[in-house]
Design a binder for this molecule. Structure first.
Ligand code: GDP
Length: 434
């Protein structure tokens, strides 16, 4: 998915512009307990084109001096974005900090669109002209707080998006992403996977800008580890920030079938681990929870069971995800991983025959009657699987409002018992049809 990154010094109105661009998408259809979100990254859509927006100002870079922070934000934008949206304050004119950021952006040769913010009325438009001298060509007057001018701005930004990429790999190839907080061992795991197989074909640049994909083969199955660019590109200030790791995760997820979400077994489960896993769940990817650094964990015969239980409590939305304990460093238990990846990938694209699906649902309803409300009972007339990866099941019912969360969960569990959906989210929708 193309990415727009918003850059600018504090108080120019970056978040206001960001919120305008993402619109009201914050309202989530099925809000699940236990999932928290960052507000700095979001999906947006303009002219039917979907993209990511990043507010780099929200990435907490600690106590770095102001200009260093600006620089780091510009670097994130340059590294991550297809288009940089440079927001300046039309009422202040060009400041030194604006000029600094502009110089970095100019040197990068990234497409930059300048939004001159706080131009709330046509009379104020004369104030935008001085920003032409920044050197980015046309500038766009906007008012984030009044929602003016954003359409023209986005039209221009979209012109810089890359052409929509084709499907890059053979359909049987399993695309994997390794995600997790800084230092959980993502690059170690990738190296362990590749080192073990010793069949690194070659690193080929994906069609997505600066994503590096590494294909390999094991037991006749083709795999690709997608978007390891962020794991290789090291040494920048922002690489080690937790919020940045969320962004990396979101981008890697885009192109993966199976996601390995890593936890540092030595450090235990952190809030950020849940956040990152939550994105994978919402994206509908097949998921394997990998507890790394097994070698360094203090353990007895109960450790695995206890850690598993803790994961089940903390990651309730991932009840379906298998858990693998291993050490990327010593390679202990590594051989368990790929067979599980393969299984969950298969489950992710499993298609259940309609008659069998309907039999399972009839049995489920017979065992545990559908809910009623105001003397009306939910009736499930027919079920059909409408999609794979992840599987989506639509239930045609008399009254969709009667389909409560708990009953949907019950049906989900019955489907999981009957079919092999381990490792994959399963979406179930009720639609009205008599
Ligand atoms: P990343 O930031 O998630 O890519 O993490 P790295 O792969 O760079 O690993 C971070 C640190 O954890 C490094 O010092 C690794 O040597 C160490 N590490 C990674 N995997 C293991 C493991 O399985 N056991 C132990 N003890 N250390 C590990």
């Amino acid at each position: 998915k193309p990415t727009i990154a918003i850059v600018g010094r504090p108080n120019v109105g970056k978040s206001t512009v960001f919120n305008r661009i993402i619109g009201e998408r914050v309202a989530i259809v099925q809000d699940e307990p236990g999932i928290t979100r960052d507000r700095l990254y979001n999906n947006a859509e303009w002219l039917n084109r979907e993209f990511f927006v990043i507010d780099t100002g929200g990435i907490d870079l600690g106590d770095e001096p102001f200009l260093d922070q600006m620089r780091a934000q510009a670097e994130i934008a340059i590294d991550e974005a297809d288009v940089v949206l440079f927001v300046v304050n039309g009422r202040d004119g060009i400041t030194t900090a604006d000029q600094e950021a502009a110089n970095l952006l100019l040197r990068s040769k990234k497409p930059v669109v300048v939004a001159v913010n706080k131009i709330d009325s046509p009379a104020m438009q004369t104030q935008m002209y001085e920003f032409y001298s920044l050197g980015f060509g046309d500038v766009y007057p906007v008012s984030g707080s009044h929602g003016i001018g954003l359409g023209d701005l986005l039209d221009r930004a979209l012109e810089h998006f890359p052409d929509q990429s084709e499907k890059e790999y053979d359909e049987d190839t399993i695309q994997m992403a390794v995600i997790g907080r800084p230092n959980v061992g993502k690059s170690s795991l990738v190296n362990a996977l590749l080192g073990e197989e010793r069949v690194i074909v070659s690193e080929i640049a994906g069609t997505t800008r600066d994503a590096i994909d590494t294909p390999f083969e094991k037991d006749g199955q083709e795999y690709v580890i997608v978007d390891t660019a962020g794991m290789r590109r090291r040494g920048k200030v922002y690489e080690a920030t937790e919020k940045y790791s969320v962004l990396r995760a979101m981008k890697a997820l885009e192109r993966a079938d199976v996601v390995l979400t890593l936890i540092d077994g030595e450090q235990g489960i952190k809030e950020q681990d849940k956040k990152i896993a939550g994105y994978a769940h919402e994206a509908g990817r097949a998921i394997v929870i990998v507890v790394n650094k097994w070698d360094a964990m203090e353990k007895d015969e109960k450790t695995m069971q206890e850690f598993t239980q803790k994961i089940r409590e903390e990651f309730q939305f991932l009840a379906y995800a298998p858990i693998v304990f291993l050490s990327a460093k010593t390679k202990k238990r590594m051989k368990n991983l790929l067979p599980i990846v393969k299984t969950v990938a298969e489950n992710h694209s499993l298609r259940v025959p309609t008659n069998v699906l309907n039999d399972v649902i009839s049995d489920a309803v017979a065992m545990n009657p559908t809910p009623t409300e105001h003397n009306k009972r939910l009736r499930i007339n027919y079920a059909t699987q409408v999609a794979i990866a992840p599987p989506v099941v639509v239930l045609f019912v008399n009254e969709p409002e009667l389909m409560h969360f708990s009953y949907r969960r019950y049906i989900e569990n019955k489907l999981r018992e009957a079919f092999h959906f381990e490792g994959t989210p399963l979406k179930i929708y009720a639609r009205k049809k008599n």
